[in-house]
Design a protein around this ligand. Structure first.
Ligand SMILES: *Cc1c(COP(=O)(O)O)cnc(C)c1O
Length: 395
């Protein structure tokens, strides 16, 4: 195994265009002095995104979390909402911000998305909606989820924070459900520094959402709801216009890195690359591997070994949302209710993947993971080092 150190490699690195290309956009904003509140770039960016993504209506937001909170308000969701524990904490937090009780349902072991087979058992008279997540950009079982929603008259709001540009059966996956919510945070496939959006299916709903993100104002003197300030500024919208020019190339680069990892890790016993056989169904926002029990190191020892070698992979999603203090007392958060999610959160590591990640860096990561497997037999330095860090207090 090579012990060559590289400069730190993080799980992601934001897509950024050359700075000089952004200057003309800034000049236009300075010229117009229109900084926010539905300015020209905001309008352009909404149209451009609808075209690029293949959706009908989009409302831009300052971030994905405000978009989730507003999506629930727009559909007047109350009571209980069925959701996944295997996600970023904002998914469930958006429910608490609306005084809604999250009900956690376990995930499918193959896709790590909400398991449709387990949804019905969690429905009560208080249930009004389902909030699934297209985890790692892989589509949920949208057909079965819609069937259940129709049978029980439930709304469906997809947390699509990972699903920018993902297609399902020839069209945007964002067209499923009543609403789909995107995040354009710096760590996502497509970023506007901070940003988010709600995708909806009709003009009336978009109008309502646009009121809600602007304090509830419908005109100068009329406020119809206790809306919030969720607006995206002109700077972020202008930046989004520029980012759209580079997104196709960025997605291609992600795909190539995904293939390289899969080829390199294919023969490594105990390491399973998620989504093998359906690589085309995602935007390669993440590259999750499962560290199975037949790999010689535990997930956490491998995670630490990667860190010791400058590879800052992440354990998305560990801990489960249902393990955080504000959720763990809920009946649906019980360990016995979520065995698949728990196992996934104990085995997953997301490896670095981003446009600009060099082949030799990918190979270095593969070499470390494969080398640790071999070194179990050969007693190479990797295991000695990782054994000592495993005994040290965690950072
Ligand atoms: C990033 C993310 C969010 C939150 O989006 P922000 O734009 O950071 O507020 C919500 N849900 C999931 C699944 C995410 O990954």
């Amino acid at each position: 195994m090579t012990s060559r150190k590289t400069s730190p490699v993080h799980v992601t690195r934001p897509l950024l265009p050359p700075l000089e290309e952004f200057i003309p956009y800034l000049e236009q904003i300075w010229e117009s002095k229109w900084l926010t509140n539905n300015g020209p770039f905001h309008e352009q960016f909404e149209r451009a995104l609808c075209d690029y993504l293949g959706v009908k209506y989009i409302s831009l937001f300052a971030n994905g979390t405000l978009a989730l909170v507003t999506a629930l308000q727009a559909l007047r969701v109350t009571g209980e909402v069925i959701t996944t524990p295997y996600s970023f904490v904002a998914t469930a937090h958006s429910l608490l911000w609306n005084g809604i009780k999250p009900v956690f349902v376990d995930i499918d072991p193959n896709t790590l998305n909400l398991d449709p087979g387990k949804i019905e058992a969690a429905i009560t008279p208080q249930t009004t909606a389902i909030m699934p997540v297209h985890c790692y950009g892989r589509p949920c079982d949208v057909m079965r989820i819609q069937e259940i929603a129709d049978n029980y008259r439930l709304k469906v709001i997809y947390d699509s924070a990972h699903a920018f540009g993902v297609q399902f059966q020839g069209e945007s996956v964002l067209n499923h459900g009543d609403l789909s919510v995107l995040s354009f945070h710096a760590t996502k496939v497509f970023n506007t520094f901070e940003g988010g959006a709600i995708v909806c299916q009709d003009a009336k709903t978009k109008r309502h959402i646009d009121h809600l993100k602007n304090f509830g104002f419908v005109d100068e003197v009329t406020v119809v709801a206790s809306g919030i300030n969720g607006k995206m500024s002109e700077i972020n919208a202008a930046f989004g216009m520029l980012q759209l020019k580079g997104i196709d190339e960025a997605l291609l680069q992600r795909r190539a890195i995904d293939s390289r990892y899969r080829a390199g890790l294919a023969g490594v016993g105990g390491i399973e690359c998620l989504g093998t056989g359906c690589e085309e169904m995602t935007n390669h926002a993440y590259f999750p591997i499962m560290v199975r029990p037949d790999y010689p190191l535990s997930r956490d020892v491998l995670y630490q070994t990667l860190r010791d070698n400058g590879i800052y992979a992440r354990r998305y999603f560990y801990p489960l949302i249902s393990d955080f203090p504000m959720y763990r007392g809920m009946p649906s958060a019980a360990h016995s209710n979520l065995p698949v999610a728990r196992k996934a959160s104990e085995q997953v590591i997301c490896l670095p993947i981003y446009p600009g990640l060099a082949n030799e860096q990918v190979d270095f990561v593969i070499g470390l993971i494969a080398g640790c497997r071999r070194s179990k037999v050969d007693a190479m330095p990797c295991v000695r080092r990782s054994a000592s860090t495993a005994a040290a207090p965690s950072r």
